[in-house]
Design a protein around this ligand. Structure first.
Ligand SMILES: [Zn+2]
Length: 245
């Protein structure tokens, strides 16, 4: 009985370590994905800013052209003004000149604004480009590190699977089946120690008579509440195994 129980405890310990290694391994690609997303976000932002910069530069060129047009119209208007004979025409020409001046000023204000925006965007693009380079470098380093960790975990898993196979072979078939079924239905743990009369997995008190039976260790027993295979956790023989694990 004691030997059987020791094997089961060893098997469960193995299964717990397998589960831990697997869940660690599953987290790794998620981390890579997160880093990649961060990198992509930065790239997209940079792309959007570069597009905006291009648009602003086009607007600047157009504004500059328009201002030049206004300037030549103003020159023409001035020439016209000098050649006018009638008062009425003169007033109209003055108004036209004033309007042209106003519009030109508005255009110039707009140009200053767009130039300021361009300057801000250019700085942003430079800083995001630098940030992108750093992110990319870090991403590559971290990704390689994670891939290395995954490979190491694969090796751990392989040796654990071998260890498990050895335990499985040693445990008799019927018991192994029972163990696997309970494990599947009980969140991965089929074996539970009972300490001071309490099942350590479901935390229910084992009836005293059953507990005494368990201490005597005549045969394999199950927790009447959670159905796990139980052993007396205060037993020296089993304690050593657990401490080793
Ligand atoms: Zn229980």
């Amino acid at each position: 009985m004691e030997e059987k129980m020791k094997l089961l405890i060893g098997l469960q310990d193995c299964d717990i370590r397998i589960r831990d290694a697997q869940s660690k391994k599953e987290e790794k690609p998620i981390r890579i994905e997160r880093l990649q997303k961060e990198l992509e976000q930065n790239e997209n932002q940079l792309k959007a800013e570069l597009n905006q910069l291009e648009l602003n530069r086009r607007t600047r060129r157009e504004s500059e052209q328009k201002i030049e047009e206004f300037e030549s119209r103003i020159i023409k208007s001035n020439i016209k003004l000098n050649n006018i004979k009638s008062n009425k025409e003169y007033t109209a020409a003055l108004k036209e000149l004033a309007d042209l001046g106003k519009e030109k000023t508005l255009m110039e204000d707009g140009l200053i604004e767009i130039m300021e925006q361009i300057e801000i965007l250019e700085k942003k693009c430079v800083s995001n480009r630098t940030k992108g380079e750093v992110l990319k470098e870090n991403f590559e380093i971290e990704r390689d590190e994670i891939l290395k960790e995954m490979k190491a975990l694969d090796e751990v898993l392989e040796s654990l699977e071998n260890e498990r196979a050895n335990f499985s072979e040693a445990v008799d078939e019927g018991l192994l089946k029972r163990y696997d079924i309970i494990r599947k239905h009980k969140g991965g743990l089929a074996i539970s120690p009972v300490v001071k009369g309490i099942c350590q997995e479901c935390h229910m008190g084992i009836p005293p008579q059953k507990f005494n039976e368990l201490i005597r260790g005549d045969g394999l027993m199950s927790c009447p509440y959670c159905g796990r295979i139980i052993y007396w956790g205060e037993d020296e023989h089993f304690r050593n195994i657990n401490e080793k694990g």
